[in-house]
Structure formats: structure tokens, C-alpha cells
Ligand binder design. Structure first.
Ligand code: PXP
Length: 243
């Protein structure tokens, strides 16, 4: 039985709040509800353009959560200071482009090797775990190990899109995730996975024993409109545990 943890990403509660410039719905309230109903962690992405999560949200989450916070962030000087100041349980380094709708691919650890090594060592030395968001690729995984990351988070976006559209290529993409998760675990990395995961795509992904955590946001928040946050989280958790 898979014992993978469920990390709930609350960015899109902040998206709805910011759409009207009010102070509701509250990302902290969503995070505390998620905690109450079985989430094992909370993820929040503080983007450079502050399009959803704001600095105050991070302060509120750090001050009130009992479960771990995974702070998603780009490798910028500004984010480094925030991460060092708040010392979240984990910092997940993601590539970030202002013009993108969401994180489109994994970080390039080949092009950014030196910068990432120096950058992430400061976060680790300060007591947070370091996660690198990458595509399921051996070169990227080997680099994560050399950089000194504790965790890799595998970008599942492409696979999830393929499975949602019943594409015959979904199987090939899943196989890649399986093989690369097993390889990464064999060299001592902790494996997380996230992006685009739904009730459909979690079932095959949760069968991969080496994946220890799933970070899921957009679908959970969207589905909560119909099912409520409690039922949505409980269903996602049970799909993880049953797989
Ligand atoms: N993991 C990472 C590193 C991400 O960037 C995101 C999106 O913010 C997620 C997980 C969650 O993706 P989704 O909102 O599609 O579930």
C-alpha cells in the first residue's frame, strides 16, 4: 500500500481572493481546513509577480500551521532572503517566467548547475530541506544529487495532460516517471511529484512506490467548489492510500 503524503497547494484560493482585491477567501483558512481534513503538508508558491500568494500569506502559514510548509520559489535573491527568514520545512525551487500561466517545465540543472549549488546550500545550511522541480530525466536527477538536493519533485504535467485526453502516449510518459523515480530513489533522493494531478491521474501515479509525496493544487481547489474541501481532500487521500 502506498503511504505517500498529500501536500495541498493553496495558491488558487489566493487567485480567487486577489481577483476582487478583498481579504477572502483566505488561503490560511483553506490551509487550516486542509490540515484538519488530512493533508500532510501545505504548498504555496510565492511568485515574483505576487499573482496569487502574498508575503503576508507566507507569514500567516508559518505562524499557524502544524503540518510542514513547502515553499515553492524561483531561485532569486529576493526569494532567498524570504526563505532564510521564514525557514519553511522545505523550499522547492522552480523555474519561473512572468508570462507563463503556470510552471511549464522543470528547472534546467545543467544550465544552472553552479548557481543552484551555491543557492541551495544556503537554504540547507539554514535548516530547510531543498527540493528541485525537474522533468523525469536522468541527467537532471544526477545533477540534483551533485547539487546536494534532499528531494526531487517530478513534473507530472505532461503525463496528466496526456491521460486526461486519453492519449496513447500516456503510457510511455508514465513509464518514464516510474523508471526515473526508481532511479532517483536508488541514489538516495526523496521523490515527490506534482502538477496537473486529478482524481484520474493520481491512481496510476500513486502505484509508484518510490514517490513519497504528491503536491496537488488546481484540481483540489477547483473540485472543492462542487464537493467541498473536506470531501475532496479525503477522496484524494483515499485514492493515494488505495493504489
Ligand atoms: N508542484 C509544483 C512544483 C508546482 O509548481 C505546482 C503548481 O504551482 C504544483 C506542484 C501543483 O500543481 P497543480 O496546481 O497543477 O496541482
Amino acid at each position: 500500500m502506498s503511504k505517500a503524503r498529500l501536500g495541498v497547494n493553496i495558491d488558487h484560493v489566493a487567485t480567487v481572493r486577489n481577483a476582487r482585491g478583498e481579504n477572502y477567501p483566505s488561503p490560511l483558512r483553506a490551509a487550516l481546513d486542509a490540515e484538519l481534513h488530512g493533508a500532510d503538508g501545505i504548498t504555496a508558491h510565492l511568485r515574483e509577480d505576487r499573482r496569487h500568494i502574498l508575503d503576508k500569506d507566507i507569514e500567516d502559514l508559518i505562524g499557524n500551521l502544524k503540518i510542514p510548509l513547502n515553499l515553492e520559489m524561483a531561485a532569486t535573491e529576493e526569494m532567498l532572503l524570504i526563505a532564510l527568514n521564514h525557514k519553511p520545512n522545505a523550499c522547492c525551487i522552480v523555474p519561473e517566467k512572468r508570462e507563463e500561466i503556470t510552471t511549464e517545465g522543470g528547472i534546467d540543472t545543467v544550465k544552472n548547475f553552479k548557481t543552484l549549488k551555491n543557492y541551495t546550500s544556503q537554504i540547507r545550511d539554514n535548516g530547510s530541506r531543498v527540493s528541485l522541480f525537474i522533468d523525469a530525466d536522468k541527467v537532471q536527477i544526477d545533477n540534483c544529487k551533485k547539487i546536494g538536493a534532499d528531494i526531487i519533485e517530478i513534473h507530472t504535467g505532461k503525463y496528466c495532460q496526456l491521460i486526461e485526453t486519453d492519449s496513447p502516449s500516456a503510457g510511455i510518459e508514465l513509464e518514464k516517471i516510474v523508471l526515473m523515480s526508481e532511479y532517483a530513489a536508488s541514489i538516495g533522493l526523496e521523490i515527490h511529484a506534482g502538477h496537473g494531478i486529478t482524481f484520474n491521474s493520481i491512481k496510476p501515479l500513486a502505484k509508484i512506490q518510490s514517490i513519497k509525496e504528491f503536491n496537488i493544487g488546481h484540481f483540489i481547489i477547483g473540485e472543492s467548489i462542487f464537493m467541498g474541501l473536506e470531501k475532496t481532500i479525503k477522496k484524494m487521500k483515499s485514492l493515494i492510500l488505495e493504489s
